[in-house]
Design a protein around this ligand. Structure first.
Ligand code: ATP
Length: 263
């Protein structure tokens, strides 16, 4: 084995797919995809309905096995890795459908996520001080997403926007290096959209700006605001890539969106 490089490479690719393809009984949802995400960026994956965005997410987090092609994290081939191994590598995902436990309080939900990250470290027989440290960390995460005052409320009774914020807090509890957000703003009112967008930006800026966010999102206003780079998918292939200005000026992108009534 060679020594780890001491300088950060100029092209610091954190996540990459090579020739990634997924077919469902003859239907190809993702076709020969070469997708590259740079460390420390907010990278949006957009495209009309059925473009293959969620399938790409499921492939990246190993909820689906590719038909062919490769996925690399930090230059390491993770195509054959399990979802648990992916999570341990620091790739965290927040789900479109709530992954919180409705009967547990917001605080308990974050605590469960924290315990999941460090299995064996926090057991019920551990001293009070260990549990107190866990509580403090959970409260700090809740404060980060603006939910401190709702710590003792059951997750199930929280308003929609607060539930989504809690989901992000539970994902952040895993301290991911790469955070995958599947439609984080879906179904939110304007106020919650603004708050969550600000939270996503803050999240990306943590860890000295080296945390990466990859998000699938239909709200193009927020995509324009937050994203360093945007990949537009259509029928499982990359239609265009670049900054929001590049994408907005792209004729093929405009046609793709107008054709489906999005944007
Ligand atoms: N398990 C599956 N079996 C068969 N076809 C599937 C499966 N999952 C996805 N597809 C198909 O693959 C295509 C891409 O779907 P996907 O959900 O990835 O698109 P999307 O871009 O996320 O769409 P949306 O914006 O509507 O969420 C669609 O035509 C879909 O019907």
């Amino acid at each position: 084995m060679t020594d780890a490089p001491t300088v950060v490479p100029i092209t610091d690719v954190v996540l990459e797919t090579r020739g990634l393809t997924k077919s469902f009984r003859g239907f190809t949802a993702v076709r020969d995809l070469d997708f590259t995400v740079r460390r420390g960026t907010i990278h949006a994956l957009i495209g009309p309905n059925g473009a293959g965005k969620t399938t790409v997410f499921n492939l990246l987090t190993k909820f689906l096995a590719p038909t062919s092609g490769h996925i690399l994290h930090d230059g390491v081939d993770i195509t054959a890795a399990s979802p648990a191994a992916i999570a341990r590598r620091g790739i965290g995902r927040s789900f479109q459908i709530s992954a919180t436990f409705p009967h547990l309080t917001a605080l308990e939900n974050v605590r469960v996520a924290l315990q999941r990250r460090t299995p064996g470290r926090f057991h019920f027989w551990r001293p009070e001080s260990t549990l107190a440290a866990l509580n403090d960390r959970a409260l700090a995460l809740l404060a980060e997403v603006g939910l401190e005052a709702r710590a003792q409320e059951p997750a199930g009774t929280l308003p929609y926007g607060a539930k989504k914020a809690l989901e992000i807090a539970t994902t952040l509890a895993l301290d991911p290096d790469v955070l995958l957000l599947d439609e984080p703003l879906a179904g939110m009112g304007r106020e919650d959209v603004a708050r969550t967008a600000a939270l996503i930006r803050r999240t990306a800026q943590k860890e000295n700006g080296r945390r990466t966010v990859v998000m699938v999102e239909h709200n193009l206003g927020v995509v324009a605001d937050l994203s360093d780079r945007i990949t537009v998918l259509q029928r499982g292939e990359i239609l265009a890539e670049g900054s929001y200005a590049d994408i907005a000026a792209d004729r093929a992108v405009r046609e793709a969106y107008m054709g489906t009534g999005h944007a």
